[in-house]
Design a binder for this molecule. Structure first.
Ligand code: SAM
Length: 270
């Protein structure tokens, strides 16, 4: 049993099912999902792997990873989500926290942190979660983490403004979030408490957890913010073009922060 507690607000947001359809509901979610599949399929170190999906929620990624032939083990602090994930074929799921994983050392080929880092608002806790992922991955294995980029909250705020939608966040608050990255006391159902990071901060946290030299990839890139994304993604030819272009710019350092999400990947040293 983990001694670490999830902030109440975060737990209740996920208990309410806040994210159940996030990756299928609209063009943004569908682009994120397609890009995460594309990136992970390219960076995972082989086939038929033992994969630990930390913060895997109801198993949105665990499902296709298992269908791809990996043996997927999911851990998440929200029991109602774990229950859903545990029913997926080829997936085992347990309740637990990224800061104290209930798994032995070096027991996975890849450990994925696609959620916990942005919900850990204390830097020391993020470094601890990355170090735990490193501990559970075998030497030569992979640790991959998703973070939300610093400007993502402000970008959403601008989009809402442009569409005349009031989400109850003042202009001043949106600038504070942009400056400090701290999405605390966020009362909306849109999202919950999170830390929005610059790419360099994430790389430094990886290094502090013993994973220097990480590679970073923009997940959706700036095209993910295009208001007409729906039309692009529903057209097969346009979607293919978008996916091809994103592969071209995904690792360009000057563009890493201009994306809703960022993927940071490191090989575990021998
Ligand atoms: C936005 S969801 C992401 C779900 C899925 N991994 C994805 O990429 O779509 C964030 C997930 O992180 C989980 N989470 C939050 N804090 C965590 C922690 N300290 N340890 C492990 N998981 C955590 C939440 O319960 C939630 O399921």
């Amino acid at each position: 049993m983990s001694t670490w507690e999830l902030e109440t607000e975060i737990g209740s947001y996920y208990e309410r099912g806040g994210e159940r359809e996030r990756l299928t509901r609209n063009a943004r979610g569908r682009l994120e999902f397609a890009r995460m599949q594309d990136l992970l399929r390219r960076v995972l170190p082989g086939e038929g792997l033992e994969v630990l999906d930390v913060g895997g929620a109801t198993g949105i990624h665990a499902k296709w990873l298992a269908e791809d032939g990996h043996r997927v083990h999911l851990v998440d602090p929200v029991a109602s989500q774990v229950e859903v994930a545990a029913a997926l074929p080829g997936v085992t799921a347990v309740v637990g926290d990224a800061r104290e994983l209930p798994h032995p050392d070096a027991s996975f080929d890849a450990v994925l942190l696609m959620g916990p880092l942005y919900h850990l608002t204390d830097r020391a806790h993020r470094v601890r979660a990355i170090a735990e992922a490193r501990r559970c991955a075998r030497p030569g294995g992979l640790v991959a983490a998703v973070t939300i980029n610093r400007s993502a909250g402000w970008n959403d705020w601008l989009l809402f403004q442009a569409n005349g939608i009031d989400r109850g966040i003042s202009a001043e608050d949106s600038l504070r979030i942009l400056r400090e990255g701290d999405l605390r006391h966020f009362e909306q159902d849109m999202f919950t408490t999170a830390y929005l990071a610059h790419p360099g901060e994430v790389a430094a946290e990886f290094a502090d957890a013993g994973l220097g030299g990480a590679s970073q990839y923009a997940v959706q890139g700036f095209p993910g913010y295009i208001p007409e994304l729906e039309r692009l993604i529903d057209d097969e030819e346009a979607r293919e073009h978008l996916m091809a272009g994103l592969r071209v710019i995904e690792a360009e350092p000057s563009l890493l922060g201009a994306s809703n999400h960022l993927l940071t990947v490191a090989e575990v040293p021998a």
